[in-house]
Design a protein around this ligand. Sequence first.
Ligand code: PLP
Length: 377
Amino acid sequence: MDIKRNILLNPGPSTTTDTVKMAQVVPDICPREKEFASLMKGLRADLLKIVHADPERYTSVLFCGSGTLNLDVCLNSLLPAGKKILVVNNGAYSTRAVEICEHYGLPHIDLKFPIDERPDLALVEKTLQADPDIYQVYTTHNETGTGILNPIRELGALAHKYGAIFTVDTTSTLAMRPIDVQKDNIDFCMASAQKGIMGMTGLSFIIGNRAEIERSASYPTRSYYCNLFLQYDYFEKTGEMHFTPPVQTIYAAIQALKEYFAEGEEAKWARHTRVMNAIHKGLEELGFREFIRREWQTGLVAAALYPDDPHWNFEKVHDYCYERGFTIYPGKVSGGGMFRLCALGAIDEEDIVAFFKVFREALSACGVTVPVIYKKN
Ligand SMILES: *Cc1c(COP(=O)(O)O)cnc(C)c1O
């Protein structure tokens, strides 16, 4: 087997190992067979281990779809009649959650903070105090558009203090930056297979409080395909996904988890940190500025500001790198020009060193002055 190895520095899907790619090549199987159900049972149990969830209190529910499906499911399924969702919003992904609330007509408060700042906990508390109808507090752990880290443990504690459940979009941290659902006060978290676990696209999962899922059976149902209780209940009764699962992606996820546990939580986080340090160093050497101050960063995404150089052209730089096996990604903030380099995936420091050699050539090919220039100090 000889598959070209691309270094993906975009925020997922991530670079995968060849063993994970090949795990998809298996004999055909009907996913309604007991053999396949037992594979999913093991997978569901292993997902709990990643976030140190007690299997008595937590369960994991699998869905076929991209990561946004998880946001949709948690928001539309976990809201009793007459109650409200509080979205602590400082970025594009929490804004997506607000859009989902709007789409379903769910009562919600969009508590907005600047995208380059951490949420003001005192204001969050005041909001909770003022509105006893808030049933679910929702936020994003790592706002992948900028790479800012939100204080989930503190937000979760506040939610619980006021009797609300706490839901966190951990799509861009789970299986990378260590999470402990109990210590971090998380009732629901989520991710999809193509990010932290370094699997393939098409499988998403929610890890959450079993008692709350069971309670939600009596909440209004707002979606048929994307209802948490219905999917959970089907899994509990039959061991299967309600509808056809992404069969090959599940085989890949099982292999990816084997590799995850073999590498180990701490060693993996240390590797991502090594990769991110190499990214910071490479950007610094070229004079690039980052959007989020270092101490607020998650350590998985670097958002670098476009330089004020008339020769700078993201598309051209991107294409030069892409042709040489490195994928970089534009930013995700309205108005501001920036690009992102991410530390996800099966990559290590030497890949970043190799990338910056190519990136420097790309700048030179475009005629961009190095170190890069910014008008404002
Ligand atoms: C990637 C990501 C998602 C999911 O995006 P999809 O394109 O639907 O897979 C959701 N939230 C965060 C924070 C993400 O980084």
